[in-house]
Structure formats: structure tokens, C-alpha cells
Ligand binder design. Sequence first.
Ligand code: FES
Length: 125
Amino acid sequence: MVLHNVGKTNEFPELRPKIVTIDGKEIGVYKWNDKFFAYQNRCYHQGGPACEGIVQGDLICEMDEHKHITKKYFSTEKYNIICPWHAVEYDLETGIARGTIGGKNKLILKRYETVIENGQVKVKL
Ligand code: FES
């Protein structure tokens, strides 16, 4: 395993990926709340460029005692990467897809470890 420098910590906007290529692999590097996450830019549904999709907060629905939705909003505490091809949602912090796809096992984005050294973001692979 080798650490690859992908940029300075202050060059990464919040919740918007920087797509880098390392050893022929496209990798999306995300910053959120001073944490960094790196995933291969390949959706495990049908191979779409998952990291080129939007990042959106979880949709939260509040209901009354009759189970009628009274309020909907997007969370600012939990985010998902949404693949642009068929909208599979992957948890930003784990890379695990929400729910199942056609009843099949969960899909998971390939995750790479990130390391911060001297203000530089490095991805291990
Ligand atoms: S290829 Fe990503 S949702 Fe289908």
C-alpha cells in the first residue's frame, strides 16, 4: 500500500468530490466536517460513475399520530452520494447503499483509506 497525495485539505470544498486518477483508477475524494472519504468512481449497480452524482442529505419525514407526513426536509447530519445513472444512494461515511436493490444484497462502493499529513490529503492504495 502506498500513500498518494491528492491535494491540500483546504482545496476540497465541502460535500463536492474531487475526482483523481491513481494507478488507472478514478477515485472521488470527499470532505465533510473536516473528515475525508475516498471511493472508487464505479457504482456496484451497473458500473456508473457514482462519484459524479450529487451529494444530498437524508430525506427526513415527520409524521403525526395518523402516520400522515407533516414535514419533509433533508438532513444536514447524514449525507448520501447519489449515483447519476439510476439513483442508488450510498452513505457518504460508509459507502454502503441504502436499502436493497431488487431484493439483492447491499451494494458497497469500494472505499480507500485517507490520511492527513502536514495539511495534505493522501489516499492509500
Ligand atoms: S449504475 Fe449506479 S445506480 Fe445504476
